[in-house]
Design a protein around this ligand. Structure first.
Ligand code: M6R
Length: 616
């Protein structure tokens, strides 16, 4: 949503903060700003637009040197993306500045009270109220910024990460979090605050996880964490397992291209270490007992966007392997429909970031109904796994591009592991059957690599189709969520009208969209598996072709039966039906990425979006 960095140490605070903001820009990029505590007092600059606008402004008018400071990159909620609404927001004294991620729900009431008491506002944001509240609280707390933060947090309703500096407390930066991420980086003679570890990974790999409703004060040599009531709080310190290179483009033009290329490794890493010496599947982080898992009589997957599509794919596998009914629900809808959830329900929350507010709220609702919640997550220590009963981490490494790619493939793999584990514990499958499926999974990185090696024609296809106004995606069985994912990628990256449909559903209405030349991507199921599905999909291809569609078929190597129905064929290696999404999605990712490039759009930071959506 927004990216936050705070620093106190011996280096140039501006350099540290700007380098952190570059890494966090994926979280929001409609304005950016910095505040430094200099020898002459507080110095700030903030600009609408991407970070580069702020950097150019700082080049034109440099700020005085400082070793304490903070910065923000914004995804607007309250108040449009203007210079005035950009963070930091400053109090009436001009000495205190605050940056914020999240939404202060009671801000209008707070603002009214503050204005009545004589505070002047200069923006339309909810955040500015916090600056003025801190101004009063700082005075009341005798110049103790951490105490002021604690006092203010107790007055706020909503979700927030806040970071503040005050020019009369030049050696410290104070942060707070509720339902929004904030992590501490522990250095030597310097400490960091950030929305995620990528902001300080070039300086330190030692991170301190903050809990819910905690306030942190960092100085050069100390990190002190308390609850909002001021009681000392327990924290969890850990070492980040990836390095700065993982958060850089590594020679690729875009993060998305790098992340697409990393998929074989990401899938392999997610499978690593999951089988014990006895040949049985072991999920170390699975904090649910076998007994609890045997009691499960229903599974509900909750997720958003791409993670939801991964859940849709997982449904086919988990139901097939375990015979447990699986519902897949958009997290934003889940709690508002009074879902039937009880202690025998296993809720699987899938989230790359682990911070998506819709998913977090849905999982809290599930826990209130006493369901057990298992998170599938890519971000160590983030809120969703922390609030779940169990967690299975995907090991995709940092995903920076807003469009999710490697996270999607690893979410499918992780959900499959959960399905197989349930089948193992509940005795739905023999050990050798599970071992055979694990072998199929282990074959996938090499097959994904082969798909990646043959993507040049797909790139050219994007140029050929760049003037089309609408693109359709079809599939059946696990090919249906692949179609949804292909359409989502194209929408978010190339801003084109794109729809994914279940191939069999097309004739019930959407086929009216097909006109001469409409590109229609279709994932063709393996003819070796349940060939009836294969033949039905081929019939669906013929139906759209008869109406003038330009058909692009993603089909298994050796399946020549589709040749006459195809205008363009993308070949993928043969694999079992349930594994096919791990291959068929890759050309769709490449197509969308290339289409955005051809159209001259920003691949990594598409318009209107942010990587993690931490508001409902
Ligand atoms: O971090 P999460 O996996 O919870 O994010 C969920 C969605 O916001 C995310 O997948 C989004 O749809 C992607 N931008 C799609 O590429």
């Amino acid at each position: 949503m927004c990216g936050i960095v705070g620093y106190v140490g011996e280096q140039s605070a501006l350099d540290v903060v700007i380098s952190g903001l570059r890494r966090l820009e994926y979280r929001g990029y409609d304005s950016a700003g910095v505040a430094l505590v200099t020898a002459d007092g507080l110095a700030t600059d903030k600009r609408a637009g991407k970070l580069i606008n702020l950097e150019e402004s700082l080049d034109r008018t440099p700020l005085p040197a400082a070793t304490t400071g903070m910065g923000h990159t914004r995804w607007a909620t309250h108040g449009g993306p203007t210079d005035r609404n950009a963070h930091p927001h400053v109090d009436c004294t001009g000495k205190l500045a605050v940056i914020h991620n999240g939404i202060i729900e009671n801000f209008s009431k707070l603002r009214l009270g503050l204005e009545t008491n004589g505070h002047d506002f200069s923006s339309e944001t909810d955040t500015e109220s916090v600056a003025h509240l801190l101004e009063d609280a700082y005075a009341a707390a005798g110049g103790n910024l951490a105490q002021a933060m604690r006092d203010v947090c107790k007055q706020l309703v909503g979700a927030f990460t806040l970071v503040a500096v005050h020019s009369d407390s030049p050696e410290c930066v104070v942060g707070a979090r509720r339902n929004s991420p904030l992590v501490v980086g522990r250095g030597v003679g310097e400490n960091f605050l950030a929305s995620d570890v990528s902001a300080f990974i070039s300086f330190t790999r030692n991170a301190v996880e903050l809990g819910q409703d905690q306030v942190v004060e960092i100085t050069r040599d100390g990190i002190s964490v308390t609850t909002f009531d001021g009681a000392p709080a327990e924290t969890n310190e850990y070492e980040v397992t990836w390095d700065a290179a993982a958060a850089e483009k590594g020679g690729f033009e875009h993060f998305m291209l790098k992340e697409i290329a990393e998929q074989p490794k990401a899938v392999a890493d997610t499978l690593l270490g999951r089988v014990g010496v006895d040949g049985k599947l072991t999920l170390d982080e699975m904090r649910l007992s076998d007994e609890e898992l045997r009691e499960v009589d229903k599974i509900i997957v909750i997720a958003c966007g791409t993670a939801y599509n991964a859940g849709m794919i997982a449904k086919y596998a988990i139901e097939h392997w375990t015979r447990i009914p699986v519902e897949v629900e958009l997290a934003s809808e889940f709690r508002y429909r009074d879902p039937i959830v009880d202690p025998q329900t296993l809720v699987i929350a899938i989230s790359q970031s682990g911070e998506t507010m819709d998913t977090l709220m849905a999982l809290r609702h599930a826990r209130e109904q006493r369901a057990r919640v298992l998170a599938i997550c890519n971000t160590n220590g983030s809120t969703i796994p922390r609030e779940s009963d169990a967690v299975l981490y995907t090991h995709a490494g940092p995903e920076i591009a807003v469009a999710s790619t490697k996270a999607f493939l690893t979410q499918i793999v992780a959900a499959y592991l959960v399905g197989l584990y349930l089948a193992q514990v509940r005795g739905n499958k023999y050990g050798d059957e599970i071992a055979a499926i694990l072998t199929d999974l282990r074959d996938m990185p090499e097959k994904i690599e082969r798909v990646l090696e043959t993507m040049e024609p797909v790139r050219k296809l994007a140029s050929t189709l760049k003037d089309k106004t609408s693109v359709l995606f079809l599939g059946r069985h696990v090919g249906f969520p692949v179609a949804l994912e292909g359409a989502l990628k194209l929408k978010e990256l190339a801003y084109m009208h794109a729809e994914g449909f279940a191939a069999g559903e097309l004739k019930h209405g959407p086929i009216a969209l097909v006109e001469a030349g409409t590109p229609v991507f279709v994932t063709i199921p393996s003819p070796r598996g349940r060939s009836v599905v294969h033949d039905k999909v081929v019939s669906n291809v013929e139906e759209v072709r008869a109406r003038g569609a330009y058909t692009i078929l993603i089909a298994e190597e050796g399946d020549e039966s589709i040749n006459s129905a195809a205008d363009f064929i993308i070949r993928i290696p043969a694999c079992p039906t349930l594994m096919q999404p791990l291959l068929a999605t890759v050309p769709l990712q490449v197509f969308a990425c290339e289409m955005a490039t051809v159209k001259g759009f920003d691949v990594d930071q598409p318009r209107n979006l942010a990587k993690s959506v931490t508001v409902e």
